[in-house]
Design a protein around this ligand. Structure first.
Ligand code: HEM
Length: 402
């Protein structure tokens, strides 16, 4: 059975309809079979939890080093000039070296040292927004909160920080999505963003004691080389901010959609520790995780040839009824979201998750403690609209004091 013998899906998961509401398409993909053929892109894909988990676990068959987007980095004729990133686009043994190095930035002790200042910042910001009575969940809450924490942690210079979110959204898109007109437009405007990131990652420009400068210390210790250091810092700048911003927005949106869950949180602020996981199960920020089949393989009845791109709709797996039962399509802080794939799975599972969890927990603890009612506000709601990320860049909210 070749790719074309698999159940065929002609709809475009990166097209306007799916951007607006991907879940009907995800359901079709899931019901069509364990592995389907996405005709428009000539790739294999899955929307089933069990299949996705197995693929992400098997890094030998489903390689990241050949690119985590639709481009095959091994095929330099078809995709000239593309180079793998330092961590997420590496397989062992390179990945193991890089991952061990970066793990040292996210130890429990490192995280404990950040907790107090993150909680303080969350409380100050939420107090201000509750007093104001209305806020935009993207700009005033998520963006301003994360941007007041993470750039200082990584240690990049103050000047030019407004470039960071456009850069990271651009990089994630450029490496993981088909190059449509929107992406080409963004890329053409991006030269100054790349320059900013190049300059910011230089050793002399990073604050002493920051995560960025700790990465350079790993070079001094002979654990990694300078080229990898630059790539790892770039990786943090790409992956460490907008993902968390969008997760916070998705959490607020889910609570507006399920007001009983906002009330449950307000009545018991300790539920804030469940917000990150339930949000990433129900409304995942990253819609897809892509791999390349590295050797001919038989997988859940599908014969996949070496070189085939394989898309895991990790967002869809969060609503797979075979895994989540009746709660699949419901946002619920009951604590049963363990095992979701919103942070990936296997050797590449998100390394920055302790930081993201801490930020999200601090913010929602502050909201649960200080806010009373939380309602959708007046004004336009705007979808981010840049796959593979799903979130909103405008979401007005009205809030009362507790
Ligand atoms: C809620 C926020 C976040 C989400 C939804 C998220 C999502 C993900 C996902 C899905 C992956 C797996 C990619 C793959 O397997 O191809 C990943 C990996 C990664 N994430 Fe996150 N992430 C978040 C926050 C962060 C933060 C705060 C940082 C750093 C400060 C970070 C740094 C990374 C890095 C460096 C990797 C690559 C890990 C590896 O390849 O070993 N992420 N993230």
């Amino acid at each position: 059975m070749s790719l074309t013998d698999l159940p065929a899906i002609s709809a475009d998961p990166y097209g306007p309809e799916a951007i607006h509401d991907p879940y009907p398409l995800y359901e079709r993909i899931r019901e069509a079979g364990p592995v389907v053929h996405l005709e428009q892109y000539g790739v294999a894909a899955t929307a089933r939890y069990e299949v996705a988990r197995a693929a992400l676990l098997d890094w030998e068959t489903f390689s990241s080093a050949r690119g985590v987007g639709l481009a095959d980095l091994k095929d330099s004729e078809k995709w000239p000039g593309l180079k793998p990133s330092g961590l997420v686009e590496q397989d062992p043994p390179n990945h193991t070296v890089a991952r061990k190095a970066i793990n040292t930035l996210f130890t429990p002790a490192q995280m404990r040292s950040l907790q107090e200042s993150i909680e303080r910042r969350a409380d100050e910001l939420v107090a201000e927004l509750v007093e104001r009575g209305r806020f935009d969940a993207y700009q005033d809450l998520a963006h301003d909160f994360v941007m007041s924490i993470v750039p200082d942690l990584i240690g990049v210079p103050e000047a030019g920080r407004e470039n960071m979110i456009p850069f990271s959204t651009l990089s994630i898109q450029a490496s993981t999505s088909p190059h449509n007109d929107r992406i080409r437009e963004i890329m053409s405007e991006a030269a100054h963003l790349r320059e900013y990131i190049e300059t910011s990652s230089r050793r002399e420009n990073l604050a002493a004691g920051s995560m960025g400068s700790l990465i350079w210390e790993l070079v001094d210790e002979g654990r990694i080389d300078a080229e990898l250091a630059v790539k790892l810092i770039r990786g943090l700048l790409t992956a460490g901010m907008d993902t968390t911003i969008y997760a916070i927005v998705n959490a607020i949106r889910s609570m507006l959609e399920f007001p009983d869950q906002w009330r449950a949180l307000r009545d018991d602020p300790s539920l804030a520790q469940r917000v990150a996981d339930e949000t990433l199960r129900y409304e995942s920020v990253t819609q897809t995780i892509t791999r390349t089949v590295n050797v001919d393989t038989e997988f859940f009845g599908a014969r996949l040839a070496e070189g085939t791109k394989f898309i895991v709709f990790n967002s869809a797996t969060g609503r797979d009824p075979d895994k989540w039962g009746d709660r699949a399509n419901r946002f619920d802080l009951d604590g049963a979201s363990r095992g979701h794939l919103g942070l990936g799975f296997g050797i590449h599972q998100c390394v920055g998750q302790p930081l993201a969890r801490m930020e999200i927990q601090a913010l929602f603890t502050a909201l649960a403690t200080r806010a009373g009612e939380l309602r959708a506000g007046d004004g336009e709601v705007e979808l981010l609209g840049v796959p593979p990320l799903r979130s909103w860049t405008r979401l007005p909210v009205e809030v009362t004091a507790a």
